[in-house]
Design a protein around this ligand. Structure first.
Ligand SMILES: Nc1nc2c(ncn2[C@@H]2O[C@H](COP(=O)(O)OP(=O)(O)O)[C@@H](O)[C@H]2O)c(=O)[nH]1
Ligand SMILES: [Mg+2]
Length: 458
């Protein structure tokens, strides 16, 4: 068990609230907290663990009462940090809770650093590193999916996979090491082949997990979709139709939208930011031209484009120029104004090599909008199935990629019949990268860079 001094901090956000919590953790937590706590109705005796007690906080130096509180002792190891924890639930309000904290500090606690409670939970083996980091993801989560993914990782979802990969890697390593220890037992051809297959298998699993990162990012941060097309094709109308409300001004005067308008929708759990841009096309108006340039920039930084064409008219050169400029970008062609008689030659689109999927809609009547939403979700999220494990942390991604690289090297080294020592070095590198993710190997730099992102009190 990792022993330290006793730390204290306010665990709730600053500002007004019904309740504010002071948290104390460490070997002296119970002594410190109970030395300033007076139970209601003069009761005393040892406090039971994991039970709330009603009473008051009193400064023993002045005998002054600071607040009426609820207090709970959580004795180790059944606590968040794995140490003795005391939490004091005060009345919300900045001053009261700060006084209670100061009192704890005057009794011998030290003010906690950022993330120090969670760091202790990690060092005491209550959480592994990936789980501890997911606590931060949970705090930062801004979408339901983000919460769900973070909760899964706090619960050890990712860690379980990492441990399994590591087990398999260790099993391979054992065989290689046997060949080192007993040099007369050369790695036979068959065994060599089998080892390469097992390494490649491992790499497939890692590669699946690596690709889930992009999926996770989209669901946590949301996808950015740029609605583009030449003026007056109905981009703003389409945004309104997707939102289900009249948010953007729609006129029949080309060039009405000059800024970029940003709105969010939720496509069956996938958060999407929609950018309605000025029309992209030739213009002599200087202000409109600024809008057009802005549109191009937003198009570039979007995850996908919705290219709107006016189905009631034939192609304009600007339509084709826009489609050509997409250059492999993830895009959906939306043919709007399906309520009017159609003048657009759809077959020509395919003949010209624009093979993106198409949606036929009327932003005016709402026809086709639900289908468009489904198509858009599919375009962005690719496989609609959720991967079995989702990588969300850039540190984990980098470590996994390192592990994969080392495995690939090991596979090549094996195939070249190099000495087993070389293979062992590469496999060990792959193993260490996996161990860094769950914190079986850690160093102070990694820990510091992780926990400095937490708030004080967590
Ligand atoms: N009939 C019909 N008119 C539409 C449709 N969508 C947009 N419009 C009209 O087309 C004009 C331009 O629309 P707007 O959304 O401002 O186009 P934007 O310049 O691309 O943003 C307006 O008069 C709209 O009412 C549609 O689906 N059907
Ligand atoms: Mg517009």
């Amino acid at each position: 068990m990792y022993e330290q001094d006793t730390i204290a901090a306010i665990a709730t956000p600053s500002g007004e609230g019904a309740v504010a919590i002071v948290r104390v953790s460490g070997p002296d937590a119970e002594r410190i907290a109970t030395s300033v706590f007076v139970r209601a109705q003069g009761k005393n005796g040892k406090l039971a663990s994991h039970r709330l007690y009603h009473g008051q906080i009193q400064d023993p130096r002045s005998n002054k009462f600071l607040d009426e509180v609820l207090l709970v002792v959580m004795r180790k190891p059944r606590s968040y940090t794995g140490e003795d924890i005391v939490e004091v639930h005060c009345h919300g309000g900045t001053l009261v809770v700060r006084r209670v904290l100061e009192l704890m500090l005057s009794q011998g606690a030290r003010h906690a650093e950022r993330g120090e409670f969670t760091k202790r939970a990690f060092l005491n083996g209550r959480l592994d590193l990936a789980q501890a980091e997911a606590v931060l993801d949970l705090i930062d989560a801004r979408t339901d999916k983000g919460v769900e993914l973070a909760l899964d990782q706090v619960g050890g979802g990712l860690s379980k996979w990492m441990r399994e990969l590591r087990e398999e890697l260790l099993a391979i390593l054992v065989q290689i090491e046997a060949a080192i220890d007993f040099p007369e037992e050369q790695i036979e051809l068959l065994q060599r082949r089998e080892l390469i297959v097992r390494i490649d298998d491992l790499r497939h699993k890692i590669s699946d997990i690596l690709t889930s990162y992009e999926w996770g990012r989209l669901f946590r941060e949301g996808a950015k979709v740029c609605i583009c097309g030449r003026p007056n094709v109905g981009k703003s109308s389409l945004l309104n139709a997707l939102l289900g409300e009249d948010r953007v001004i729609v006129t029949d005067v080309p060039g009405t939208t000059r800024d970029v308008i940003e709105e969010s929708i939720n496509l069956d759990g996938l958060p999407v930011v929609l950018w309605d841009t000025a029309g992209i096309g030739e213009t002599d108006d200087r202000i409109e031209q600024i809008g057009v340039n802005l549109s191009r920039r937003y198009l570039e930084k979007s995850d996908a484009a919705v290219v709107v064409l006016d189905g009631s008219e034939s192609f304009a050169p600007a339509d084709l120029a826009l489609l050509e400029s997409l250059n492999g970008k993830n895009a959906l062609i939306v043919i709007n104004k399906s309520d009017l008689s159609q003048g657009l030659d759809v077959a020509e689109l395919k003949n010209r090599g624009f093979l993106q999927s198409m949606a036929f809609v009327s932003a005016k009547t709402g026809s086709g909008i639900d289908g468009l939403k489904a198509q858009l979700r599919n375009l962005i999220a690719g496989c609609p199935e959720e991967p079995p494990v989702v990588l969300t942390n850039i540190r984990h991604k980098a470590a996994l990629a390192r592990s994969d690289k080392a495995l690939s090297d090991a596979s090549v080294t094996l195939a070249k019949k190099c000495p087993p020592e070389l293979v062992a070095v590469e496999l060990s590198e792959a193993r260490e990268a996996l161990e860094e993710i769950i914190g079986l190997i850690n160093n102070d730099d990694i820990l510091e860079s992780i926990f400095k992102n937490f708030c004080v009190g967590k």
